[in-house]
Each structure stands twice: as C-alpha cells, then as structure tokens.
Write a protein that binds this ligand. Structure first.
Ligand SMILES: Cc1cc2nc3c(=O)[nH]c(=O)nc-3n(C[C@H](O)[C@H](O)[C@H](O)COP(=O)(O)OP(=O)(O)OC[C@H]3O[C@@H](n4cnc5c(N)ncnc54)[C@H](O)[C@@H]3O)c2cc1C
Length: 529
C-alpha cells in the first residue's frame, strides 16, 4: 500500500490561538511559545550561537534555539514556523561533518531533551524502542543491560558517545561491520515522524511501498502526492542523497532514513536487535604495505569470512603520526594496520584463535605471528579504541588550528575498481605535496583520505577534492558512503547524479515541505519556489 494516514498533533483550539496571536503587533515567538506551550526557547545570542556550528566547522547563524521535550512541543514549533516562514534546522549531537545541522538563519530545533520514553527492550521479538534524543552509546548499553547481554544493537559509529539516535537515523550512520548490517537502515523497523504541518504518523518497515513510484500522504482532507526520486543509486554502502525508487519499489521508511531531515522530523524509533555473540576475537594486525592489506580483504571475502566479521578497519598512510599509543600498536613506521573483530557464538576462544592463526598464515599477506596483537583484555581494547578515535579527532583539531575547513573524503567505489581509485587519489595528493592520512572501513572498500591543509593551499585542495569526487563517480562509486551530503557536499551530489536528480529530490522535498523551511540547504539548494 502507498497511502499513509497522518493525524494532526494540533487541536483546532490551538490553531485558533496561534492564528490570533501571530497577528498581534506585540507577538514574540519566544514569549508566545514559552508562555502558552511551556517550550524551552530563547533568542539570547550567547546561547543560540553555541548551536550555530557543528563538527564540520562551517559557519552558521540562527535567531532562535528551541529545545522541545516531546512530540507535542515539536509539532507546535514546526506548525508555527511553517506559518511564519521561519527556517527550522534540526540539531542532534552535531557530530556530522557536512554542515547538515548548521543553521542558515531561523530556528534551531535541538532534540537533545527528547529523551522520553526511555529505551525499552522486547526480548522475545528482539526489538528496542527509544527516543531520538538518546545518546547512541547509552542506548546500546541500555539494550545490553535490559536484555542481560543476550541482545545488542550492532551499529557502532566512532562518534557513538556524542551522536544522538535521531542524528544516526537521519544520516544512516554506519560503523565497523562490513556490508548492509553495518548501517542504521538495516536495523530500523519503525519510525514515528512529524511533518512541518504538525501531522504525525508511525511507519513500519514493509507497510508502505511505492505504487508507480508514488506515495500518497493523507492529512485529514488534504492529499499530498509524493513522487519518490528515481535516480540510479549504486548498491554499495551509500549515504549520498535520499533512497530512490529506481530499479525497484521503495519502502517509505527507507525514504526517511538517511534523508538528513529534509522531509520530516523523526520522533522515536524501534530497532531490530541482533543476538549477542558469546564472545569476540579482537585482533590488531600489522602488515608490510597497503597492497597486503587490500589482498587480505580479498582473501577473507574469498574464504566467505568477510561478512561474518564485525569489523575490518584499516590504518594506513600517515595514521601513526595522528594516533595515540602508536608505539604500542606498530613496530615500524612504514607498516600499516588492520583491526578485525570476529564474533564467537559456539566455539571456544582458543579454537577460534587457532583458526585465525592458520587463516592469516595461509593468506600470504606478509603477516608474522608477532605482528598480531590480541585485544581481548580491557586495557588492550581501551588502547585500541583511543587510538582509533584519536586519529580523526586530532586531524580535525589541527584543521581548526589552521582555521581551515576539514576535508575528509567519504568516497566509495566497488571492489573491482578499488585499487585504481586508491592509487589515483594517492598520486594526485602526493604530486602536490599535500599532507593527508588514510584510514577507514576496509571491509567495505571505504577509506577516508583526511586532508590537512592551511589556508594558502585551499584552492589546490578544492581542485584535488573535485578530481577525487569525479573519479569515484566515473568508477561506479559515490562521494559519500557514510557522512552524507549536508550543505557542504551539494556540489558533489550534482556531480555524481546530475541536474535531473536534483529536480527529483526538489519535487519530493516540496511535496513534504512546500515552503522549504525544514533543514533548508541540505542535499540540494532550492532557489525559487
Ligand atoms: C569524530 C567523529 C567520528 C565519526 N565517525 C562516524 C562513523 O564512524 N560513522 C558514521 O556514519 N558517521 C561518523 N561521524 C559522523 C556523525 O557522527 C554521524 O553522521 C552521526 O550520525 C550524526 O549524528 P548527530 O546526532 O551528531 O546528528 P547531527 O550532526 O546533529 O545531525 C545530523 C543530521 O541529522 C538531522 N537530524 C538529527 N536529528 C533528527 C531528527 N530527529 N529528525 C530528522 N532529522 C534529524 C540533522 O538535521 C542533520 O541533518 C563521525 C563524526 C565525528 C565528529
């Protein structure tokens, strides 16, 4: 079925009150929303300004900051901003790297206080419900605790201690697990969403599927026809632009997940959960070269082990120089590293270690026994986690010191083109003497080139970045596997998918949000409506 019914969250009485008040000469948005609806809202520039930047470090500006605590308050805010043509930027943990939570005027709607209901686990059905303001890592820990460690939520982006659940759904955040299971989308079973007109509904996976590439939203007597975009999105790990109804029908829930908040505000969620393994084998392995690391990935795929892994992470060129604890993990300056995690369900850890020693020997990737570091102690694990986390953090800090905008490629290409792509990118960066480091998700052929540059190098960096983006599209890949488009990468979206795709997203967006007030400027720029 493609017909989705919404219910209004705003009563007629409230509509009349709002209509009357906004017409009065003494109307003040802050005064009205705090007095009549007890909404935490301010126009104090000192407070608002702390929400004007996210981790992308792009400059933003806003007039108001509202921190609603429930769906009713969210509905009132969206409804009144829609009436008054005030842009609304949804803000969660603000850890995105694309400026997707950077406001361009108007009101910042922060979801940090939407924390009720608390996380609940249904052990029998292997699901968890939670609110969008919950910190992802808190939810993951609560699930373990509430299920007596029987179930877990597997998506583990490095930013999980700061990102909120709503932000991760909206960006389709992904973690270490290779393949579909590594991304948020795979685990979302139900969402509650709110439109800018104050109407709300629950959507469960499988319930609403496009018919002739269309959805019909019913808001009382209003019928909204949403034409799903239909541009071709490569079927790889992919966070570039909203899901489409290109080759097959589209589930409405998939249109919302990963859409960077341009269609609707997500209020709460039900995730499917995975059975917790009895244990994990965690290894940090050093190898002589990048080629050996890529060869190991190919070998594990060939042995049908790649998609059993919970992680296959790569620490390549120049990473050691940005890493805490490098002396504990690497023996030589030139070697590269791989972290892998293998879940153990039935066997003993000793049996699994034996199996892996054999596998690594057979791989013929230059791995010696004393280059394998077992992370199965709390201390070793902490060392590794801090090392992994410290790299992007230190690189971003250095970028801030240089007062530049961070550039981290998020490109991905299919395995068959991976080597060509990596060699091309290394070559053009080295030819121009640019400092960078290379790390990321080897299991998905998704590595980040993190470019460190100063202001004088900005023009050349921009040119090199564009070359890398074009190359990824040329090699059947996309510019973003996990970070999305935001405001920074709208040109990348255009270069990857073309003007027709922009037209399709615009049409879809304006069906949901005819005044273009919600997360304006994310994914595409809409000029005239
Ligand atoms: C050090 C570091 C490491 C990172 N590692 C990873 C990683 O491993 N994997 C990965 O995928 N990403 C990673 N990221 C990027 C980022 O953490 C993710 O994109 C994350 O999902 C953003 O969540 P957030 O809560 O911070 O959202 P925000 O940055 O606040 O917002 C992101 C987008 O979601 C929208 N949004 C937020 N809440 C809602 C809602 N309730 N309804 C509708 N729209 C909403 C916002 O408007 C915005 O468009 C990393 C970032 C940093 C800084």
């Amino acid at each position: 079925m493609n017909i989705i019914k919404f219910q209004t969250k705003i009563t007629n009485h409230e509509k009349i009150l709002i209509d009357d008040c906004i017409k009065t000469s003494s109307f003040s948005l802050c005064g009205f929303l705090s007095d009549k609806f007890l909404i935490d809202i301010t126009d104090d520039s000192d407070i608002v300004s702390s929400f004007e930047r996210d981790w992308s470090n792009m400059p933003g500006n806003a007039d108001f900051l509202a921190r609603p605590i429930n769906e009713k308050q969210c509905a009132i805010i969206l409804y009144i901003c829609n009436l008054l043509n005030i842009n609304v930027t949804i803000s969660a943990g603000r850890t995105n790297l694309t400026g997707s939570a950077t406001p361009k005027g108007g009101l910042v709607l922060s979801i940090i206080n939407i924390k009720k209901p608390n996380t609940q686990v249904d052990i029998e059905n292997k699901t968890a419900k939670t609110s969008v303001g919950t910190i992802l890592e808190d939810m993951r820990n609560d699930i373990l605790q509430l299920s007596n460690k029987k179930l877990y939520y597997p998506v583990d982006p490095t930013s999980r201690k700061d990102a909120l659940v709503g932000g991760t759904i909206s960006c389709n955040a992904s973690g270490f697990i290779p393949g579909d299971k590594g991304a948020t989308r795979h685990w979302v079973n139900r969402l509650k969403i709110l439109l800018t007109n104050g109407y709300i509904t629950n959507i469960t996976r499988g319930d609403y599927i496009t018919n002739d590439a269309k959805f019909i939203l019913i808001c009382d007597d209003k019928k909204i026809i949403v034409e799903a975009p239909s541009y071709h999105r490569p079927k790889i790990k992919n966070a570039s632009g909203p899901f489409t109804a290109a080759e097959e029908e589209l589930d409405f829930i998939d249109l919302i997940i990963g859409s960077e908040g341009v269609f609707a505000l997500i209020i709460d969620v039900e995730f499917n959960l995975a059975d917790s393994p009895k244990d994990f084998l965690d290894l940090f392995i050093t190898l002589p070269s990048e080629n050996d690391a890529i060869k190991l990935r190919g070998y594990l795929k060939q042995q049908n082990i790649l998609y059993q892994l919970n992680a296959l992470e790569y620490f390549g060129y120049n990473c050691q120089n940005y890493m805490e604890h490098k002396e504990k993990l690497f023996k030589t300056e030139s070697s590269v590293g791989i972290y892998l995690q293998y879940p153990i369900f039935n066997n003993s850890i000793d049996e699994v270690i034996e199996k892996w020693v054999q596998l690594l020997d057979d791989s013929d990737c230059g791995i010696k026994d004393d280059n394998v570091f077992l992370l199965n102690t709390a201390d070793n694990w902490r060392i590794f986690f801090e090392a992994r986390h410290s790299m992007p953090v230190k690189a971003l800090e250095k970028t801030k010191e240089l007062d530049a905008i961070s550039i981290i490629t998020d490109t991905i290409v299919p395995y068959k083109n991976f080597n060509d792509f990596i060699q091309f990118s290394h070559r053009i960066l080295r030819e121009n003497n640019i400092e960078y480091l290379l790390f990321g998700h080897l299991g998905d052929c998704h590595l980040h080139f993190h470019v460190i540059y100063n202001k004088e190098e900005a023009l050349i960096i921009n040119d090199l970045y564009r070359q890398i983006i074009r190359k990824s599209a040329e090699l059947d890949g996309v510019y973003s596997a996990e970070h999305g488009t935001g405001k920074r990468k709208t040109i990348d979206f255009y270069e990857c998918y073309g003007q027709e795709a922009i037209n399709q997203v615009q049409k879809c967006k304006l069906a949901f949000d005819p005044k273009n007030i919600l997360n304006t400027g994310n994914i595409i720029t809409i000029k005239d409506i």
